[in-house]
Design a protein around this ligand. Structure first.
Ligand code: GLN
Length: 538
């Protein structure tokens, strides 16, 4: 029978709960356990797919096409646990499912449908759906902060869960903040006490406290936290801000004994912890041999997390080359107004990520022209590929009004347009081309060189496609289509062979990059940027 770890957060948001859950998953997996990870988000949207990146940050897409919270990206980067749409539930989704059953008529046998037990049962069923026979530990993260009204049904559900599964089979981890008050020159434990107090009022006594702090927590303060929060002294774990790299998190949790506490508490049979490759990774991160600057030209640059996986994948690519990637974040709209020179002079590579809507489009196209005409390595992702297509059509094919019908429905040269199947779609939620699709690569291309084989699968999230009416015109002018759907109908990768490295993809490779295994396209893009900056190094 699978064991359960529930992770809640207190005091403030943005404590890095997702990264902590991913790190716990990693430590347990590396002790030989089969883990699954899952997140509950207390908001009412059915999924984050319809939310603005400014609200929510990146939408992380899974193989099965689920549009999920970006914390699932941490889970996938840190563990090998398979992720499906059963790994992310929102309040909206839970209620939708309960209401659908109620509307169907017979499911609730005429009863009054209520938060307890019907919503909480639905939440518990979602947890249980991951606890299959082939799983040792399910880690469930509750989004939001203890004390939020909207989080209550989830907390109530995980409280009840231990009644069914057995308290000895469940661990509650609470992540809190121990702030430093400058005026008093000391750490304050009171917010943590209050937060645990709020949890206990709901009926949850945490077993482990992970205390985020800027400064070391003294033994006296740890004693105090343990006493007031009713927690074993050794289960008060300090998690100090990492000075250099987020990759330190799993190692510091390990050094503070977290995996050992969990293993003992849940009575798990495990092997020794193997972290040598992770230490090696951290060493590469902390001691890079060279640096390279990549400009990311996007629309949501001001939001730290809007291109989360893209930034992470660039880091991974740097690690693969023993190099540090300095990311220069460029607001496309500003570049459009002020010209590419002032933003892009001196960068070693240019990346245009995915996006939606008109704002910033001309700036992205300008940046791509800069990369193409000056031989600067370029990597386009999704909208980035569509913009690269528009730029080529305008500059090389001479179709000066070329555009995507997303931005100009009346253009004479719709080089990017909707597929027939997308034309009738009115509902916005979950209606794009979503999830993993196969793609065949062209022999001799940069793409096939990167992957090392010709059949790949990558994740999609878009409505618009390269318009096949223009294929010949493009191909006869030095624009190579190096990846298509197996039937050849959909253009998935484009390249310009005469350029040192100009490649753009309709899919989202950033979702499949890992710290220890950089995505091949990111790796080769950063490799090309390094070659440009340090020709002697290769
Ligand atoms: N807006 C474009 C489309 O829908 C690109 C989407 C994206 O970059 N994810 O096709």
């Amino acid at each position: 029978m699978a064991k359960h770890i529930f992770v809640t957060g207190g005091v403030v948001s943005s404590l890095g709960k997702g990264l902590t859950c991913a790190s716990v998953g990693m430590l347990l997996e590396r002790r030989g356990l089969r883990v699954r990870l899952q997140k509950f988000d207390p908001y009412l949207n059915v999924d984050p797919g319809t939310m603005s990146p400014y609200q929510h940050g990146e939408v992380y897409v899974l193989d099965d096409g689920a549009e999920t919270d970006l914390d699932l990206g941490h889970y996938e980067r840190y563990t090998n646990a398979p992720l499906t749409r059963a790994c992310n539930f929102t309040t909206g989704q839970i209620y939708l499912s309960v209401i659908n059953k109620e509307r169907a008529g017979t499911y609730y046998e005429g009863k009054t449908v209520q938060v307890i037990p019907h919503i909480t049962d639905e939440i518990k069923a979602a947890v249980r759906s991951l606890a299959t026979d082939d799983v040792d530990v399910v880690i469930t993260e509750i989004g939001g902060t203890v004390g939020d009204i909207e989080g209550l049904p989830f907390l109530e559900a995980i409280r009840q869960f231990a009644l069914d599964a057995g308290r000895e089979n469940c661990v509650y981890i609470h992540l809190t903040l121990v702030p430093y008050l400058k005026a008093a020159a000391e750490l304050k434990t009171k917010p943590t006490q209050h937060s645990v107090g709020a949890l206990r009022q709901i009926g949850i006594q945490p077993d482990v406290l992970i205390c985020r702090t800027e400064h070391p927590i003294s033994p006296e303060d740890k004693d105090k936290i343990a006493l007031f929060c009713n927690i074993e002294r050794k289960a008060v774990i300090e998690e100090r801000d990492k000075q250099f790299s987020i990759y330190e998190v799993p190692l510091s949790l390990m050094n503070n004994g977290l995996d050992e506490i969990l293993v003992k508490r849940l009575n798990l049979k495990v092997g020794p912890l193997q972290m040598d490759d992770w230490r090696d990774l951290l060493d590469r991160v902390l001691h890079p041999e060279r640096e390279v600057t990549i400009a990311v030209v996007g629309k949501y640059i001001k939001h730290r997390d809007a291109y989360k996986s893209v930034y992470e994948a660039l880091d991974h690519a740097g690690i693969a080359h023993h190099s540090r990637v300095i990311i220069k974040r460029v607001e496309a709209e500003e570049l459009g107004h002020e010209g590419a020179d002032s933003f892009l002079n001196g960068v070693d590579g240019i990346l245009v990520p995915g996006g939606f809507g008109m704002r910033g489009i001309e700036g992205k196209i300008e940046a791509i022209r800069f990369a193409r005409t000056r031989g600067i390595p370029f990597f386009g992702i999704c909208l980035g590929m569509q913009c690269a297509t528009i730029e080529f059509a305008r500059s090389v094919l001479g179709y000066t009004d070329a555009n995507s019908t997303e931005f100009d429905s009346g253009t004479q040269h719709p080089v990017i347009s909707l597929l027939d199947e997308q034309r009738g779609v009115r509902q916005r939620g979950a209606s794009m081309r979503l999830g993993s699709c196969p793609c065949e690569l062209l022999p001799g291309s940069h793409a096939v060189k990167a992957y090392g084989h010709s059949s790949i699968n990558e994740r999609h999230r878009h409505r618009y496609e390269f318009n096949n009416d223009y294929r010949e015109a493009f191909e006869s002018h030095g624009f190579q289509i190096s990846g298509t759907s197996p039937d050849g109908a959909l253009v998935e990768i484009i390249e310009i062979p005469a350029h040192p490295w100009f490649l753009a993809v309709q899919f989202h490779p950033e979702f499949k990059s890992k710290p220890i295994k950089a995505h091949p396209l990111f790796r080769d893009f950063v490799g090309a940027a390094i070659r440009r900056k340090h020709p002697a190094a290769h």
